[in-house]
Design a protein around this ligand. Sequence first.
Ligand code: ZN
Length: 299
Amino acid sequence: MKRPLLKQTDKLIMIMVDGFGVPAEGFANSLYAEYCPKRFIDLLQNFSIPLDACLGVEGIPQSATGQTTLFTGVNAAEYCGMHMQAFPGPSLRELIRKRNVYSVLLERGYRPAFANSYIRHSPAELLELRYASVTTVMSESLPQGVFRLPDLRRNEAVVHDITRETLDYVEDLPKRDPEDAAFDLLKVVQNYDFVLFEYFMTDRIGHKRSREKLSGVLHNLGTFIAKLSEILPENTAILLCSDHGNCEDITTGAHTMNPVPMLLYPDTGLEKSSLFSIKDVMDFILLHFPDKRIEKNGI
Ligand SMILES: [Zn+2]
């Protein structure tokens, strides 16, 4: 059976939320429920499953290995022999460049894109400055490149913080409500089959253990996703995932070992799937995008 889990859906929006674990006390009793709209909590409760982010490797899960695992399908923590934090080093970059979700989708005849806009620096400059995240390294695979300030001015890209509040240094760029940013993301989806958006304020603020700042971050994220789910075209699905836990528990400023939610909306049988860890997400995505060359040749 083709597309057993995402039938009747032609496009996929993937939202990678950094440091967003499943709260031990349950979604309804968590910080998330305090600051996010109810619709987002309902989505998490009804359309998500928990995935392991520890990957069978000792220690606390980290971003470089967690995100490489999500976007390559290779257990990067096992590959490195440990969880690696922040930005990927040379060996992880090699792994990402060899095969990632964009490169496989392109080979199969689809159009992937990264919705985040790059303002100050291009991916090449970030690489030079040694500030290249997993998604920045991966963006080298995109033939069209990444979105920049002119795209943002046309509201055809999204800033990593959703609302543009961290872009005070850019002149004449109005702030954006999370609801409006959801429409902007859908504009990107019009031209592509697979669109990734990365949100990392959850991890950044989770480390600071500031309930006040976290309330704003969770509000923005929850409102953005809730709106997106409301205005989602029939041929599009949302897949939300995370690289490791963090902001669900502000008793610690470190990452957590909690599982992470994988939310799929609309869902057509996720709970019956064999997804176990964040390593399984890539294969799940690829199931949804069968190789067009094979279909065309009737093989
Ligand atoms: Zn972190």
